[in-house]
Each structure stands twice: as structure tokens, then as C-alpha cells.
Design a protein around this ligand. Structure first.
Ligand code: CA
Length: 419
């Protein structure tokens, strides 16, 4: 979802903030009296029609032709299924290793190698034109739609109309719907071809309509920017174009796994701060193989499961991948999948599968307890950001633990022991 800010389980792709769902902002509307199912349906249907009338005026004022508006919206009503999908929020955080087991499965690697071979010449041409690493483009395709095999079957107009009518992200959904209509007005797709995910992401690499408007490419030169058809050429070129425009640095890696020395200095070593290779070398960091770090580039230190698990240096291209889907786990999966497609080893250190990440309510408890103990987390929101990481590290230092800042079940137990 291009432009997303948070990953929800089960969908991904350039899909704007449909997945930028913070459970703390979701509140049920008060219902003074229960209504019958029929009354509910009538009330909702009426308000949908009211919404549609207002939205039609807005879309036409922004240049959508009446014929396109009416063709795209013909027979469209709200979808209970989409409302349900939009409202679901997982309480339990999936450990990163479980996510990677699925995301970078042997099957996805094998299928990626097959596609890399099949599309070899096309991928070379796309990389030559846009400068974006083709392994990364292949990996995004593999992750978003299993190389085009699961491209979504929701009518995008219905999905976006449901989300706009529902109201929580009305402006966003209306803007995307207008962008979708513009695709039809421009002749790139017919109304019935606007098919995608429940959140409105379309085609092989799951572009939102606004991302399509900004970045889609007619790479095969047939006059249409076609990201929906069985031929993935335009979609892959569009993805390469997107990444390059969002800052891809040709020739730089996304990152790689590293090894830390005994007694590693964790001070200022975190996922937020990029440092030179010289600085990391001075702290004793090597490639996982033991080989020296490269001479150039700047990278941050990512320890997704704390000091007891695999550790990576991540370069600016890692953050560019996150422009596609703003999640460290997603970007790590893309990097690792691309590596493995081209024969790389994948993750080499063992994951600490008994040290679990905390649920959202556990994270709140951790923040409350740390703050009470004098380690200020700057609020109790259940999200572990830089302030919480600093508080955790200060606590860890004071009690003699490795100050990796990782909010695990073991850390929470250690905090509970001290009050
Ligand atoms: Ca084309």
C-alpha cells in the first residue's frame, strides 16, 4: 500500500492509509435504542445515498465527467464485508519470525526465482530505465500478490465508497475514489476493470489510485498504463518508478545481517539513527560472515527481536521500501526475499522464539510501570517509540541487562519484579 503508515495483518501494498489503523482511535458510535436489521439497513442505505449525492457534486467539480462518475458508481452500495475487514484489529502482535516464515517462505523464493528467469530481459530493461534494484521490485510483487496470482477481487469503487461513507477516513477515501475515476477518464481502464483489495489497492503490486496517478508507467508502450492484466510489465515498471522517485539509491543495498562483538556499545545504536560504516567498524560490527563492513554508506542498527536475535544494518533504501508499506518487518521481508531469490542465505542467526513481543495492553502496562519507576516513556499509548526505547534502555542499564531497548515478555517480567 503506497503511502501507508502502519501494517495491519493480511493485506499490504501501495494502499494509502487504509491500513493506518490505530485501534485507540476506533470508537463505537453510541446507539440509544436498538433497531431492527431492516431499520438499520434502511438508515444506512439512506445515508449512503445522501453521501453519494454530495460526493457526486464534489467529483464533478474536480473535473470527473458525469458519464464516468455514473458508470463507475452504477449499482454501488456499501459492503458489510468491507466494513467488517476495516474494523478488525489484532490485539496480538505476530512475532517477526512468524511473519518472515510466511513472507519469505521457500515457495515464495522458488516462485520468485522462476519469475526472475521468465522475465529476465524485461527486468533488465526496467532496471536500466529506472535504476531500481530488480530483486526489490520482484520481492514486492511476490509479497503483494504472490507474483500476480492473488490480485484481489473487490470492485475498488465499492470498497472506497464503503470506506468514504463509513466516514472515519472520508477525505482519504473520496480522494482515492476520484483518482480511480480519473483512471477511467484518462482511458487507462474501463469501470469494470477497477478491481483490487478491500482497501482499494489494485493490480500486481497493489497501487492505490492516487499512486497510480503519480507513478504508473506505460512501459510496454501500448498506450495504456495497465497494472491489472496478466502481463505484469507495466505494474513492475510502475513499482520501480515509484521506488526511484521515493529515493531509491542505485547500487546501495537495503541492508545486511551483521554480528556484534561481546560487550557491544548499544549507546545510540538503534533503528532511528544512521551512522557511517567507520563508526560501526569502530564498535566492532562485522558482516555476519565475519568479513569487514564496506567502506562507504550510512546505516542504522535494526535488532527486531533484541540483542538475542538477528541484527541488521539498514541503509537508506530500507526506508525507501518502507515508503511502500511503513513497517520494519515488511521492509526486512522484502530485502530478505530479494536476497534469497538471487541466491542469498536469508537470516542466519537464530530467532529467540521463546522471547515474545508484547501485546498492546502489555505495552501499556510496561509504559505505566517504567514511568512509575522513574523511566519516563512520555505517555502511555501502547506504541514503543524512541522515548519508550530510551526508557527501556535506561532501565536495562540500571538493572544490569543488555540495553537493547526490546520490549519483550522477559523485560516486562523484570520490570514487574521491581514494582
Ligand atoms: Ca501498457
Amino acid at each position: 500500500m503506497l503511502g501507508a503508515t502502519v501494517v495491519a495483518a493480511g493485506c499490504s501494498g501501495p494502499a494509502g492509509d487504509a491500513r493506518a489503523q490505530d485501534v485507540s482511535n476506533v470508537t463505537a458510535e453510541p446507539r440509544p435504542e436498538p433497531r431492527t436489521v431492516l431499520e438499520e439497513q434502511q438508515a444506512r442505505q439512506m445515508s449512503f445515498d445522501q453521501w453519494l449525492a454530495g460526493f457526486r457534486a464534489r467529483a464533478l467539480s474536480e473535473g470527473i465527467t458525469p458519464g464516468t462518475f455514473d458508470a463507475v458508481m452504477a449499482g454501488i452500495g456499501p459492503s458489510a464485508r468491507i466494513r467488517e475487514l476495516d474494523g478488525s484489529q489484532p490485539e496480538f502482535v505476530r512475532p517477526v519470525w512468524e511473519y518472515l516464515d510466511t513472507a519469505v517462505s521457500d515457495t515464495r523464493v522458488a516462485n520468485g526465482r522462476r519469475e526472475a528467469e521468465r522475465l529476465d530481459a524485461t527486468m533488465d530493461e526496467i532496471e536500466a530505465r529506472y535504476g531500481t534494484d530488480q530483486r526489490t521490485v520482484l520481492a514486492i510483487w511476490g509479497m503483494e500478490t504472490a507474483y500476480g496470482s492473488v490480485r484481489g477481487d473487490f470492485p475498488v469503487a465499492r470498497a472506497l465508497a464503503t470506506l468514504a461513507h463509513e466516514g472515519r477516513r472520508r477525505d482519504w477515501a473520496e480522494n482515492e475514489l476520484i483518482a480511480a475515476m480519473r483512471i477511467v477518464d484518462q482511458g487507462d481502464a474501463r469501470p469494470g476493470e477497477l478491481i483490487g483489495s478491500w482497501a482499494g489497492a489494485m493490480g500486481h503490486t497493489q497501487f492505490m489510485p492516487s499512486s497510480f496517478q503519480a507513478y504508473a508507467q506505460d512501459f510496454d508502450g501500448n498506450g495504456r498504463r495497465d497494472i491489472w492484466s496478466d502481463d505484469p510489465t507495466d505494474a513492475l515498471a510502475s513499482t520501480a518508478h515509484y521506488l526511484r522517485q521515493e529515493g531509491w539509491q542505485p547500487g546501495e543495498p537495503w541492508g545486511f545481517e551483521v554480528r556484534l562483538p561481546e560487550g557491544f556499545d548499544w549507546d545510540g545504536a538503534d533503528r532511528y539513527t544512521r551512522r557511517s560504516m567507520g563508526e560501526w567498524r569502530a564498535r566492532g560490527v562485522t558482516r555476519y560472515s565475519g568479513a569487514a563492513l564496506p567502506d562507504t554508506g550510512e546505516a542504522a542498527l535494526l535488532a527486531p527481536a533484541g540483542a538475542g536475535g538477528p541484527v541488521f544494518l539498514t541503509f537508506s533504501n530500507f526506508n525507501t521500501i518502507k515508503r511502500y508499506n511503513n513497517s520494519d518487518s515488511y521492509a526486512l521481508a522484502i530485502g530478505l526475499l530479494g536476497d534469497r531469490i538471487t541466491g542469498g542465505p536469508g537470516v542466519q542467526a537464530d530467532w529467540p522464539r521463546d522471547v515474545l513481543p508484547l501485546t498492546r495492553s502489555d505495552r501499556r502496562e510496561l509504559q505505566q510501570r517504567l514511568t512509575a519507576l522513574g523511566y519516563d516513556t512520555d505517555g502511555v499509548d501502547g506504541l514503543i517509540g524512541p522515548n519508550s526505547v530510551t526508557a527501556i534502555r535506561n532501565f536495562q542499564r540500571d538493572v544490569g541487562l543488555v540495553p537493547d531497548g526490546y520490549a519483550s515478555n522477559q523485560l516486562l517480567a523484570a520490570v514487574r519484579e521491581r514494582g
